[in-house]
Design a protein. Structure first.
Lengths: 154, 261
């Protein structure tokens, strides 16, 4: 018989903090604010996630990454997605916002409050509300003359 | 009272809720697929990205609605089976969305009318069935970007010179008679109102939509869609254009049984 060591919710959250966004490797799903609920039962670990966009194609990749990361804890992880709480961009942590900026993405803000992630200039223009993924918009900085992407406030 | 799970539904509520979910899911599905027909060939690069992103949103909304429908019906079919394994006549999208993609003006006219209609419909969903109310709360946050985009295009084409304006006017005329079909009366509307799944009738949502349209189209001197209410058969009897599209979006599934999203 295999004995499984006790697993605390805090341990699970620590592990989830090592699971990164598939496209932005320096931000974790915890900092993105998409981890809603963690529960440890006798036989399983339950993780409830909040999609940033309903049709986000990265959800299955994130689910697989969570299952893989939690595997060493010795019990299967059941990952589900929920709308019970709306996933909003306000859930991104301060650390998460700083890490987005460090990766060249302006953190979510109304268009008039968006700053260039490279030079912090406010002299920016939105080229298009729609970008290469559902969660991002296209901007241009007129100071440092760089195109950049901003996360949509949602 | 709020119903929180599909298991708690009595048959009359289940049927009525299933009809509402199917109409919403099919609308988003067909609209999303038609939008995706522009991927690679939209008028400018930014628009190619935008319409493709909107298509991805709508197909995602359709998937979430089909999944909810699958849990309500509980008849052994999953979201993929409901989305793909039906004969063309079993789809319940509004006739407004039965039109072929057409040119850019046709697309903007049809999508603008649908986007605002969807907003009025989504604004008619109450807390009666919690899983739907929760999903709708999330969908509304995404749809506001679509509205901004389509209203911007209506303004641009209306003021964009003779060719753009005359094409837009012709495009609005071409779908004028079908625009209100998004508000085709639902079977079991009384039940949905009683349970708080809906907060108003489709006819009341249509009136709100018409007021919304008036505020945008009239100042631009553009025609409003035909008045007179949605026809009872506004979600049946589909066009050849839809049959072609359905062949496209069921192609993978038809080639490989059991293929998933």
């Amino acid at each position: 018989m295999v004995m499984t060591a006790p697993v605390s919710e805090a341990t699970v959250r620590d592990v989830l903090a090592t699971v990164h966004d598939p496209e932005i490797p320096n931000i974790s799903i915890v900092d993105l604010g998409i981890v809603e609920r963690v529960a440890v039962t006798a036989n399983a670990i339950e993780v409830e996630l909040l999609p940033t966009f309903v049709g986000c194609p990265a959800l299955e990749v994130i689910e697989a990454s969570v299952v893989e990361a939690l595997a060493p804890l010795g019990r299967p992880a059941n990952v589900s997605f929920t709308w019970r709480v709306p996933g909003t961009s306000e859930r991104i942590s301060e650390t998460g916002r700083a890490r987005l900026a460090a990766s060249g993405f302006a953190p979510p803000a109304e268009p008039s409050d968006v700053r260039c992630p490279y030079c912090q200039s406010a002299l920016v223009a939105m080229d298009s509300a729609f970008g290469p993924t559902q969660c991002r918009s296209l901007f241009y900085c007129r100071d440092c003359r760089q195109p950049f992407e901003a996360f949509k406030p949602i | 009272m709020t119903l929180t799970t599909a298991a708690a539904l009595d048959p009359a509520v289940r049927d009525a809720l299933g009809g509402l979910l199917l109409s919403m899911a099919d609308d988003e599905f067909v609209s999303g697929f038609t939008d995706s027909e522009w991927t690679g060939i939209a008028p400018i690069l930014e628009e190619d990205v935008a319409i493709s992103s909107i298509a991805q949103d709508e197909l995602g909304h359709a998937r979430a609605l089909y999944e909810l429908l699958a849990s309500v019906l509980d008849d052994g079919r999953d979201a993929d089976a409901i989305a793909h394994d039906r004969e063309p006549d079993a789809y319940r999208h509004a006739r407004l969305l039965d039109h072929a993609r057409g040119d850019w003006a046709d697309t903007i006219a049809r999508r603008f009318l649908y986007e605002l209609a969807d907003e009025a419909r989504v604004g008619s969903i109450g807390r009666g069935y919690a899983p739907l109310a929760d999903l709708v709360e999330k969908l509304r946050r995404e749809e506001r970007y679509h509205r901004m985009h389509l209203v911007a295009w209506i303004n641009r084409l209306a003021g964009g010179g003779d060719d753009a304006r005359s094409r837009l006017e012709a495009a609005l005329d071409a779908v004028s008679a079908d625009a209100s079909t998004v508000f085709t009366p639902l079977d079991g509307e009384d039940v949905l109102l009683r349970e708080g799944v809906l907060t108003r009738r489709m006819a009341a949502a249509e009136a709100a939509w018409r007021a919304d349209l008036t505020g945008i189209l009239v100042p631009l001197g553009l025609p409003l869609p035909s008045a007179g209410g949605a026809p009872a058969d506004g979600r049946s009897g589909h066009s050849d254009a839809f049959r072609w599209l359905r062949d496209q979006f069921t192609m993978v599934r038809a080639t490989e049984a059991g293929a998933t999203w």
